[in-house]
Design a binder for this molecule. Sequence first.
Ligand code: FPP
Length: 250
Amino acid sequence: MPDLLQQINPDKLPVHIAVIMDGNGRWAKTKGKPRVFGHRNGVIAVREVTEAAAELGVKYLTLYAFSTENWSRPAIEVNALMSLLVDTVKKELATLNKNNIRLRAIGDLQQLPDKTHKALLEGIEQTKDNDRMTLILALNYSSRWEIVEATRAIAAKVRDSQIALEDIDVNLFSAHLATRDFPDPELMIRTSGEYRISNYLLWQAAYAELYFTDVLWPDFRKEHFYRAILDFQSRERRFGKTSEQLAHAI
Ligand code: FPP
């Protein structure tokens, strides 16, 4: 593992990494345990990846913790996930502060249970001055929800003559998304062998490099995270240009 770490070029780190933490339920099933057991062990991976990202110097890490579609899971699982979030945020607060990590959240937070919402807002408030890395939890989040919300907000401003129709462009639209304070992710990782984006940062991932691994989220460790970054660093990011154009730009 130290070898992997040494191979990483610190000058070519993705500034923002987004993760779809998938496979908790299947991991639990292989062990003959309830799905919640998988989520609880998923927290260990959350801790590992957060630590690894901060140590490397990644500035933004976004984790998909709960989608707007996840409400349709059995109530027992939804409740357990909400409690787990409260417990984890409370338990990890001191560590976040010790490591100078700022907590933020994106999603329809008002619709979360009061306890979860409150713990989250407290965590955000108590870490707001930290500036080493921003850990963003996507909670009750989905891209379609976010894009519809942004569209509504922009339409209302046009209606109220605060902006003109011609003012609407990519930058203005981005400035109305939940991620307005953060740069777009450059690397998106999904675990558990699924090859989908699942309504996650669809606008923001326009140029993200996608990385898929078969590892189930509770088994995901620093070593797997380093591999994803090394893979990212081996790719040529062209942003619609040709290789030749990129070579001449240097
Ligand atoms: C996906 O696995 C995982 C989730 C829907 C929840 C992720 C939550 C955690 C890791 C715990 C809390 C997180 C934080 C940030 C404190 P799945 O249940 O869809 O797995 P499956 O596809 O195998 O069923």
